[in-house]
Design a protein around this ligand. Structure first.
Ligand code: GLN
Ligand code: MG
Ligand code: MG
Ligand code: MG
Length: 445
């Protein structure tokens, strides 16, 4: 047994842990959990805990259903919301097959595989997400319009506001679990909040995002309100994005940084951005995976609709934030398409793969978009070479189906399952008669 495993076993005794939750994530990004007694943990470390993979969305075909969850001891944390008395802890797991090989269906493995490819080229991938979400007064009911907890807007600070109390408690809990928060504020929509996590390697960030979603929901429930990461819950208010700042490091050096270059952006940084732009439409089905995701990308509200980059341009899909002099290490790009309901493991994997493709192939970065791209005409955008992002989930699926990059990055099994699942979602959506149609037609026809 390694040092980390021993540390965890000791912590179980010292902290009086009675339950250990083993966490993992299905292909669509839902968190799964199995609780084991502390006595089982040694076995879990050496062999894993068996479960029926075919019961988990996207995991297995029925005839090869046996899988094992193996806890990653570096992710051990006590859950702070379980209150006084004996504690409950959690660890993220890697999923393995009975022969010990990694499961091809495990999103965490998809990301790990992509990270190791980048590592073979000497790169570590760092991400920093800005996570937006809405708070509602009550549990949503089918067919009902949710009521936001407040009427505030961007950066508003109001006395006794539900939002700031909520953020204080959520952040305290995140910090208690070793997740550093850099920034938090009220967002543009009523009841909409944003909390930004400190940058970390992409695997830790993806784990942290899964924890974040759980913490935020738990804190909301404890305050008698409801939190949602749905990309666009209201027709007339902004959606919830998960803008993600990314950079590559070679050892201790930021590979995107070059002193004296335009925006201090190195050739590596430029090609990485070009890779994401070139493959933006193909990876859209992963960064924006729901029918509802595309309603956010069509509405403005600082969510992008077109494939372009800019330097201080909030209508662009990628923004290179203003650099601070002498802060070369923080050189990065901000991807603004990805939303708060993406599977973070798969999303980070496809973003990294697209960027790495740009570096391998030496893609050239097109000219930056200097205008507000929403206000341009179709023809102006065409002449600038600015294409639209997929406008619906159906369009995103169509481009994804023939994407080699996506098939290679997700692996055949996840690629097939994912697209099959998304086609089914689209089909269910398009046969549904909506209130839009009824309200338009019933009074007049
Ligand atoms: N809510 C916007 C989005 O959906 C972002 C707003 C902002 O952070 N400037 O992307
Ligand atoms: Mg922000
Ligand atoms: Mg924001
Ligand atoms: Mg942002």
């Amino acid at each position: 047994m390694g040092k980390q495993e021993e540390f965890v076993l000791r912590a179980l005794e010292e902290r009086d842990v009675r339950f250990v939750r083993l966490w993992f994530t299905d292909v669509l990004g839902y968190l799964k959990s199995v609780a084991i007694a502390p006595a089982e943990l040694e076995g879990a470390f050496s062999e894993g805990i068996g479960f029926d993979g075919s019961a988990i969305e996207g995991f297995a075909r029925v005839y090869e259903a046996d899988m094992l969850a193996k806890p990653d001891p570096s992710t051990f944390q006590i859950l702070p919301w379980r209150g006084e008395g004996p504690s409950t802890a959690r660890m993220f797991c890697d999923i393995v097959m009975p022969d010990g090989s990694p499961s091809y269906a495990d999103p965490r493995y998809v990301l790990k595989r992509t990270l190791s490819k980048a590592a073979e080229n000497g790169f570590t991938f760092y991400t920093h997400p800005e996570i937006e979400f809405y708070l509602f007064k009550d549990t949503p009911t089918p067919g009902g319009e949710p009521v936001p907890v407040d009427r505030s807007g961007y950066f508003d600070h109001t006395a006794q506001s539900m939002g700031s109390d909520f953020r204080r408690e959520a952040i305290t809990m995140l910090e208690a679990m070793g997740i550093s928060v850099e920034f938090s504020h009220h967002e543009g929509g009523p009841g909409q909040q944003e909390i930004d996590l400190r940058y970390a390697d992409a695997l830790s960030t993806a784990d942290n995002i899964m924890t974040f979603r759980t913490v935020v929901r738990e804190v909301a429930l404890s305050q008698g309100i409801w939190a949602t990461f749905m990309p666009k819950p209201f027709t007339t208010h902004p959606g919830s994005g998960m803008h993600t700042h990314v950079s590559l490091f070679e050892g201790d050096t930021n590979a995107f940084f070059e002193a004296g270059a335009e925006y201090q952006l190195s050739k590596t940084g430029r090609s990485f951005i070009a890779g994401i732009l070139t493959h933006a439409a193909e990876i859209s089905v992963v960064t924006n995976q729901w029918v509802n995701s595309y309603k956010r990308l069509m509405w403005g509200g600082e969510a992008p609709s077109y494939i372009c980059w800019g330097h201080n341009n909030r209508s662009a899909m990628i923004r290179v934030p203003m650099y601070k002099p002498n802060k070369g290490q923080s050189t990065r790009m901000e991807l603004r398409t990805i939303d708060s309901a993406a599977n973070p493991y798969l999303a980070f994997a496809v973003i990294l793969a697209a960027g790495m493709k740009g570096i391998e192939e030496g893609y050239e970065l097109p000219r930056e978009a200097e205008d507000d791209v929403w206000s341009l005409t179709e023809r102006e955008r065409k002449s600038l070479g600015i294409d639209p992002l997929p406008k619906t989930l159906a369009e995103a699926i169509a481009v994804a189906e023939s994407s080699e990059l996506l098939a290679e990055t997700l692996g055949e099994h996840v690629f097939d399952f994912f697209l099959r699942n998304k086609r089914a979602e689209w089909d269910e959506y398009r046969i549904e008669v909506s209130s839009f149609e009824r309200d338009r037609m019933l009074p007049r026809l």
